[in-house]
Ligand binder design. Structure first.
Ligand SMILES: N[C@@H](CCC(=O)N[C@@H](CS)C(=O)NCC(=O)O)C(=O)O
Length: 218
């Protein structure tokens, strides 16, 4: 049994849901409602001391950090691969992944918003602008990197989905949630639409999230 501690709006959890679906792994969703602060409860912190989503329980182990979880899943369940074959291609995919996961997501999280509000007295509108700014910068960089490289295909790297797409899709969904239009990023937009044609992505989308925790058989 695989258990994913997640929440529909958690983009880091969304990445892991996509990967579990791509690998055809059934999992149980343990909902940790970010709106009620459930991620900070002592019970959950005994699972993930960081008090962040996601956490993955598998084979009696608890894994945290979406990037680490994705690498683990790809190593343990190699088909279909989330990374291409050659070192150069892998470096490209990891770089596209890191634009989102290392350089953008951490500075646009709820806890950063909370700190800006509670400790630096920022208004909600200013916090929204902060997030919109960094996400727009990320999408703009992704657009340039994807549009200017012939390695880009139907998906971020060629015609197979990869870790780059696993990061891109949740980032686009977050951007839309903040009222940003992605049409000004045509390559990002096109790849997002291509990914959403893939059942594994579609079923991981927050809109498909079960209202009650269920066993996901996809
Ligand atoms: N680097 C971590 C980020 C985890 C993270 O920030 N998760 C968010 C949800 S997407 C969270 O739990 N936020 C709660 C908070 O900021 O208080 C990962 O990729 O797993």
């Amino acid at each position: 049994m695989i258990t994913l501690h997640d929440f529909y709006r958690s983009s880091a959890s969304f990445r892991v849901r996509i990967a579990l679906n791509l690998k055809g792994l059934a999992y149980q969703s343990m909902v940790r409602d970010l709106d009620t602060g459930a991620q900070s409860s002592p019970g959950y912190r005994s699972i993930n001391p960081q008090g962040l989503l996601p956490a993955l329980e598998i084979d009696g182990h608890v894994l945290t950090q979406s990037a680490a979880i994705l690498e683990f899943l790809d190593a343990k369940f190699p088909e279909p691969p989330l990374l291409p074959k050659t070192e150069l291609e892998r470096a490209r995919v990891r770089a596209l992944f890191q634009f989102v996961v290392s350089d953008t997501h951490p500075i646009t999280t709820m806890r950063v918003g909370r700190y800006l509000k509670q400790s630096l007295d920022c208004e909600d509108a200013a916090i929204a602008r902060w997030k919109q700014h960094w996400i727009t910068e990320c999408l703009s960089v992704l657009e340039t990197a994807l549009a200017s490289d012939r390695a880009t295909g139907r998906f971020s790297h060629g015609n197979q989905v990869s870790l780059a797409d696993v990061a891109l899709v949740p980032q686009v969904v977050s951007a839309r949630g903040l009222g940003l239009s992605i049409e000004r990023f045509p390559t990002v937009s096109r790849i997002y639409e291509a990914c959403m044609q893939v059942t594994a992505f579609e079923n991981a989308h927050p809109d498909k999230y079960p209202t009650t925790p269920t066993l996901n058989k996809d």
